[in-house]
Design a binder for this molecule. Structure first.
Ligand code: ADE
Ligand code: ZN
Length: 344
């Protein structure tokens, strides 16, 4: 059971969130409204029905991705994308998130014939509005759909070149099983030449077998990633954990998002263990409508893993210390923590 003091800390601490997929995070009420407006026939007719579907425990990452791709189909115009982005920023503001990094999984939109310009312009309009009206600082990460061919991922990185100022980072996501990171090395080489920040989902899906651990090694050593999304299956390889700790590779963990398809119960999640190995970790929600927002994720994880106050502070500090933007928010964060410690 969490103490009242711990709950207060989790609600009030200024937060960074490094790992959230815009396409997986469309709030159900927005999704249903956009579906009606755009004539998209979803199997769920009300926000309540959709919300209940999303909160079911998915048996595998592949099953989750099927749902993720379907819900995203409601967005069609620049205004739709702007609306989704602003709705997410409002949720961030309500949780005292001051800085957040959003994976922009354009390939999920591209297969429906939506132009990159429509998606990026819409998200960017939402980002600007969020900064101005809510003061939430947002950075975009271009998410490569790893199930695509290497030619398609290379083209995607070429296509985002004109948007480098808006999208300063790349990532890789979607189904890990059957899709090794190394397949997209050419896209990462190009992104590196373009000066983009490199990250990738890896070590997430147990159904990928030994490839899951190999993906972490390859992403870090062969493709130049400076951080890994999830990376939790690194616990299977001691040498890898040592390597991640030595190289200070941030793992952006999403404990609620890993259960039950990676670990049966939240109590089994290795976040605390990974921190004890000296690996920098942060905590994120991944896809809030499916697994709860960041505050819910932090409350449940702290309870399940007996996290301490210092653990919470370390996780949140890491999200700002290792941020893509740089360390602009650290001073504000450190001052807040000092005040919290002196007053509480
Ligand atoms: N897209 C949305 N959530 C994801 C996850 N957890 N892993 C890979 N791709 C995703
Ligand atoms: Zn993710």
């Amino acid at each position: 059971m969490l103490t009242e003091r711990m709950k207060k800390l989790i609600y009030e601490i200024p937060k960074g969130e490094n790992h959230i997929h815009i396409e997986g995070s469309i709030p159900p009420e927005v999704a249903i409204r956009l579906a009606k407006k755009n004539g998209v026939d979803l199997p769920w007719k009300t926000a309540e029905e959709l919300a209940a579907h999303l909160r079911q425990p998915f048996a595998s990452l592949d099953a989750f991705m099927e749902s993720d791709r379907m819900v995203n189909s409601v967005c069609q115009t620049e205004e739709d994308y702007a609306e989704v982005l602003y709705a997410l920023a409002k949720q961030a503001k309500d949780q005292n998130i001051i800085y957040t990094e959003y994976l922009l999984d354009y390939p999920l939109n591209e297969i429906r014939g939506i132009s990159l310009e429509t998606v990026v312009n819409g998200y960017e309009a939402g980002r600007q509005k969020a900064m101005k009206e809510l003061g939430v600082d947002i950075v975009f990460i271009a998410g490569i759909d790893r199930s695509l061919s290497s030619d398609m991922s290379l083209k995607f990185i070429r296509d985002i070149e004109p948007y480098k100022d808006i999208i300063p980072a790349i990532g890789m996501d979607c189904e890990e099983n059957g899709h090794p990171c190394i397949k997209h090395k050419a896209a990462y080489d190009l992104a590196k030449e373009m000066g983009l920040y490199l990250s990738a989902h890896a070590g997430e899906d147990p159904n990928a077998g030994d490839m899951a651990v190999q993906n972490v090694w390859d992403a870090v050593d062969k493709m130049g990633c400076v951080r890994i999304e999830h990376g939790v299956l690194s616990i299977r390889d001691e040498a890898l954990m040592k390597h991640l700790a030595e190289k200070k590779i941030l793992l952006t963990t999403c404990p609620t998002g890993n259960c039950p398809h990676v670990f049966p119960r939240l109590e089994d999640h290795p976040l605390k263990f990974l921190m004890e190995q000296g690996i920098p970790c942060s905590i994120s929600s991944d896809d809030p409508p499916y697994v709860g927002d960041l505050i819910e994720t932090m409350l449940r994880t702290a309870d399940a893993l007996n996290l301490t106050e210092d653990d919470i502070i370390e996780l949140e500090r890491n999200s700002l210390l290792y941020s893509i933007r740089g360390q602009h928010h650290l001073k504000e964060f450190d001052a807040w923590v000092e005040k919290w410690k002196s007053e509480n």
